[in-house]
Design a protein around this ligand. Structure first.
Ligand code: IMP
Length: 202
C-alpha cells in the first residue's frame, strides 16, 4: 500500500522519512502531486488534530495510507491564538512579516511573565479502513518584545524556547530540529506508526 503525505512540501516528506528511518521504518512517501491530487483540501476543523485528520483522511479515502501535519503557535495571553489560524493570522495569503507585526501589537504592554507560548505540531495518520491516530509535539517558551534573529521562518524571531537565551531564529537548523514541536511530534509518530501499520496492513 502506498503512503501519501497530504502536502506538496518535499522538505516535510524528507524530514518524516528520515526520522522514520532512524526508528527502523524505511518507507517511500509520495506527495499529493505524485498521486495527481489537485483538489484543495478545506481545513475547517477547530483543532490541530481535526485539521490534520481532515487532510490525512482526504488521502485515505483514495485508498492510500494518509499522513498529514498541522501546526501553529498558541499564545497564553491571547487565549491560545493564533493557534490553527497561525498561517493566516494577518489575512491571506500567508505573510510572516505581517503576522509578526500583528502579534507584536496584540502583545503590546503585556509583561514578560505573561508572554508564555507554545508551538504545537500534530501529525495524523489515516488508513483506508477508517482507522486513524494522531500524535502531538509541543515546544514551550515566551514571546519576545522585538524580532531577534534571521534564521527559521514564521514566528521564529519572536519565540524564545524555555531554557534558551535566544530565539528559534537564532538557532541553527539542527539545533531547532532537536527541540522543536515538529521534532517531538515526528518522534512520537515514528514510535506509534510501525505498530499501527502492523495492526492494520499486514
Ligand atoms: P504548517 O501547519 O506547518 O503549515 O504551519 C502553519 C503556520 O504555523 C506557519 O505558517 C507558521 O506561521 C506557524 N509555524 C508552524 N511551525 C512553525 C515554526 O517552526 N516556526 C515558526 N512558525 C511556525
Amino acid at each position: 500500500m502506498k503512503f501519501v503525505l497530504a502536502s506538496n512540501n518535499k522538505h516535510k516528506i524528507a524530514e518524516i522519512k528520515s526520522i522514520l528511518s532512524q526508528n527502523g521504518c524505511d518507507i517511500e512517501i509520495s506527495s499529493l502531486a505524485d498521486i495527481g491530487y489537485t483538489e484543495e483540501i478545506v481545513e475547517d476543523g477547530t483543532t490541530f488534530e481535526e485539521n490534520a485528520l481532515i487532510k490525512a483522511r482526504a488521502v485515505a479515502t483514495l485508498g492510500y495510507i494518509g499522513i498529514a501535519d498541522d501546526s501553529g503557535l498558541c499564545v497564553e495571553a491571547l487565549n491560545g491564538e493564533p493557534g490553527i489560524y497561525s498561517a493566516r493570522y494577518a489575512g491571506e495569503p500567508c505573510d510572516h512579516t505581517k503576522n509578526n507585526a500583528k502579534i507584536l501589537k496584540a502583545l503590546e504592554g503585556i509583561p514578560m511573565d505573561r508572554r508564555g507560548a507554545a508551538f504545537v505540531s500534530v501529525i495524523a495518520c489515516a488508513h483506508p479502513n477508517g482507522s486513524c491516530f494522531t500524535v502531538r509535539g509541543e515546544c514551550h517558551g515566551v514571546m519576545l518584545e522585538a524580532l531577534q534573529g534571521e534564521g527559521g521562518f514564521g514566528y521564529d524571531p519572536l519565540f524564545q524556547p524555555d531554557g534558551y537565551a535566544c530565539t528559534f531564529a537564532e538557532l541553527t537548523f539542527d539545533e531547532k530540529n532537536k527541540i522543536s514541536h515538529r521534532a517531538k511530534a515526528l518522534t512520537a509518530f515514528a514510535e506509534s506508526f510501525p505498530a499501527f501499520l502492523k495492526k492494520h496492513t499486514f
